[in-house]
Design a protein around this ligand. Structure first.
Ligand code: ADP
Length: 452
C-alpha cells in the first residue's frame, strides 16, 4: 500500500496543499505585521506633529517643550495632551537649527547637532508655512495596541482554518483522483495476468477518453489480435494434420498390405502410392510458400513481363483439359499493354490456381475467359467463368487457408483449399491486389488481379 500510486498521489497533493498554506500564512503574517507597524507609526507621528504645531503656535517657540512632554509638571500655560502614552519615547524633535530638543536615545541626546541628511529623512514640522523643526522617527519596532494584536490573532486563526480546509480538500481530491486513475490501471493489470494465464481474449471496459482510455482500447485491440492469431494458428495446425492424414493413411495401408503379402506390389498400386506422395510434396511446398509469404520472405525474381504472354501460356497449359471437359477456353487482351515487373513463375502459379479452380467449378458447356486490360498505371488480369459461382457469404472467406465453400468435396483429394490463399499471398507480395466477385450460385465467378 505504501508504494501504491494512489498513496503517492494523495501524498503529493497533501504536500502541495500544505506548502501553499504555509507560504500564504507566512506571507500574510509578514505583510500584515509590517503594514500594521507602519500604520501605527504614521498615525502616532501625525498626532505628535499636531501636538507640536499646537504648542508652537501657542507658545511661539520650542521653549519648555521638553518639560511639557516630559514627566508631569504643574502650572503650565498649555493644556497637557490626554494620551501621551510613551510618545516621547517614540519620537525625537530637532529645532530649525538642527539641535536636538527631545532626545532619541542613544543616537541623539539633548543638545546634539543632527546631520543635514538625517534631517532630510525626518518629518518637518511647519507652522505658518515655515519649517520650525523636524521629527525624528526611531528605527525599532513599535508595540501593538491590544486591538491591533487582536486583529493579528484573528488573521492567524483565519489562516489556520483556511490551511486546514486546504489540506482536507487536497486529501479528498487526492484520494478521488488516485482512485479514478488507479482503478483502470488495476483492471488492465488483472486482464494482463489473465492473458498471461492463457485467456487470450480480454476486454477491459474503457471508461475515459484520456490516455488511460486509449491504453485500455489499445490493450483490447491487442488482445483481440492475439486471440485471433492464436485461433488461426490452431486451426492451421489442425487443418495441416487433417490434410496429411489422408495420403499417409492410403500409403500406410498399401505398404502394410504389401509387407504382409496380402497385396502384390503391382505397378498400378505403386503408382497410387507415388501419387499420394506427390500430393504430400505438393502440400508441403504450398505450406512452405505460405509460411515464407507470412514472414515476408517470399523471394521474387521480378522481370519485365508481357502480361499477354502470361495469359497465353496459362491458357495453353489448360487447353487440353478444358477441351476434355467440354468447356470453352478464351482469352482477350487490350492492345498496347505495358509490361509488368513480376516474378513470372510465381505469377504463372497464380493464374494456374485461378484457372484450375475455374475449370473445376465450371460444368461442360461453360466458358472460361482470360482477360488482360489496362487499369490506371498498371495492368488488370481477369479469370472469368460461367460456372457454379460463389455465394455471398463465402466470398470473404474463400481466400482463407483450407477454406472450401463446398464441404462435400473435402475428401476427393484434388484440392487442398490453399490455392486461393497462395495466389493472394503471391499477388500481395508483388504489391498487387486479388479480388473475387460473383453474382451468386450458378452465375459464374470473376477473379481480378490488379498489378501496379
Ligand atoms: P481449393 O483447393 O478447394 O480449390 P481454393 O483456395 O483454390 O481451394 O478455393 C477455395 C474455395 O473457393 C473453393 O473450395 C471453392 O469453394 C471456392 N472457389 C474458388 N474458385 C472458384 C470458382 N471459380 N468458382 C466457384 N467457386 C470457387
Amino acid at each position: 500500500m505504501t508504494r501504491s500510486l494512489a498513496w503517492k498521489l494523495t501524498l503529493a497533493f497533501l504536500l502541495v496543499a500544505l506548502t501553499v498554506a504555509l507560504l500564504v500564512a507566512l506571507f500574510i503574517r509578514l505583510f500584515n505585521a509590517n503594514q500594521l507597524d507602519r500604520l501605527v507609526v504614521e498615525q502616532q507621528r501625525s498626532e505628535f506633529r499636531a501636538l507640536l504645531v499646537n504648542y508652537y503656535q501657542a507658545v511661539g517657540s520650542w521653549e519648555g517643550i521638553h518639560s511639557y512632554l516630559g514627566p508631569a509638571a504643574h502650572g503650565e500655560a498649555f493644556p497637557r495632551p490626554v494620551d501621551r502614552r510613551a510618545r516621547r519615547e517614540f519620537f525625537g524633535l530637532v529645532d530649525a537649527r538642527g539641535v536636538v530638543l527631545i532626545p532619541l536615545l542613544p543616537e541623539y541626546p539633548i543638545g546634539a547637532r543632527v546631520a543635514p541628511e538625517v534631517l532630510a529623512r525626518g518629518e518637518p514640522v511647519e507652522v505658518d508655512g515655515r519649517v520650525v523643526g523636524t521629527i525624528l522617527t526611531p528605527q525599532r519596532r513599535f508595540d501593538l495596541s491590544p486591538e491591533e494584536a487582536a486583529f493579528l490573532a484573528r488573521t492567524n486563526s483565519a489562516l489556520l482554518i483556511a490551511g486546514a480546509g486546504a489540506v482536507l480538500i487536497a486529501l479528498v481530491v487526492g484520494v478521488w483522483l488516485a482512485r479514478t486513475l488507479t482503478q483502470p490501471l488495476r483492471a488492465l493489470t488483472q486482464a494482463t495476468h489473465r492473458m498471461a494465464g492463457g485467456e487470450l481474449e480480454q476486454a477491459v471496459t474503457v471508461t475515459s477518453q484520456d490516455e488511460l482510455g486509449e491504453l485500455a482500447a489499445a490493450f483490447n485491440q491487442m488482445s483481440r489480435e492475439v486471440a485471433r492469431a492464436n485461433n488461426a494458428r490452431r486451426q492451421m495446425t489442425a487443418d495441416v494434420a487433417h490434410e496429411l492424414r489422408t495420403p499417409l493413411t492410403v500409403i500406410a495401408g498399401y505398404i502394410e498390405a504389401m509387407r504382409d503379402g496380402d497385396l502384390a506390389p503391382t505397378s498400378e498400386r505403386l503408382s497410387v502410392i507415388y501419387a499420394e506422395i506427390e500430393r504430400l510434396q505438393h502440400l508441403v511446398g504450398e505450406l512452405r510458400t505460405l509460411t515464407q509469404a507470412d514472414a515476408g520472405e517470399l523471394k521474387l525474381n521480378r522481370e519485365a513481363t508481357d502480361p499477354v504472354e502470361l495469359l497465353q501460356h496459362t491458357a495453353a497449359l489448360f487447353e487440353h483439359q478444358a477441351a476434355q471437359k467440354g468447356v470453352r477456353l478464351e482469352w482477350k487482351a487490350e492492345a498496347g499493354l505495358p509490361f509488368v515487373q513480376v516474378d513470372e513463375a510465381r505469377m504463372a502459379q497464380v493464374l494456374r490456381n485461378l484457372l484450375s479452380n475455374a475449370l473445376r467449378y465450371t460444368p461442360a458447356g461453360g466458358v472460361i475467359t482470360l482477360e488482360a486490360a489496362r487499369s490506371g498505371n498498371g495492368v488488370r488480369l481477369m479469370v472469368r467463368d460461367t460456372g457454379q459461382g460463389i455465394q455471398a457469404e463465402d466470398l470473404p472467406l474463400i481466400f482463407e487457408r483450407f477454406y472450401r465453400a463446398d464441404k462435400s468435396r473435402t475428401e476427393d483429394g484434388a484440392e487442398s483449399g490453399l490455392g486461393l490463399a497462395i495466389a493472394k499471398a503471391i499477388v500481395e507480395a508483388h504489391g498487387g491486389r486479388l479480388e473475387a466477385h460473383s453474382e451468386g450460385k450458378g452465375r459464374g465467378s470473376l477473379f481480378v488481379v490488379d498489378l501496379a
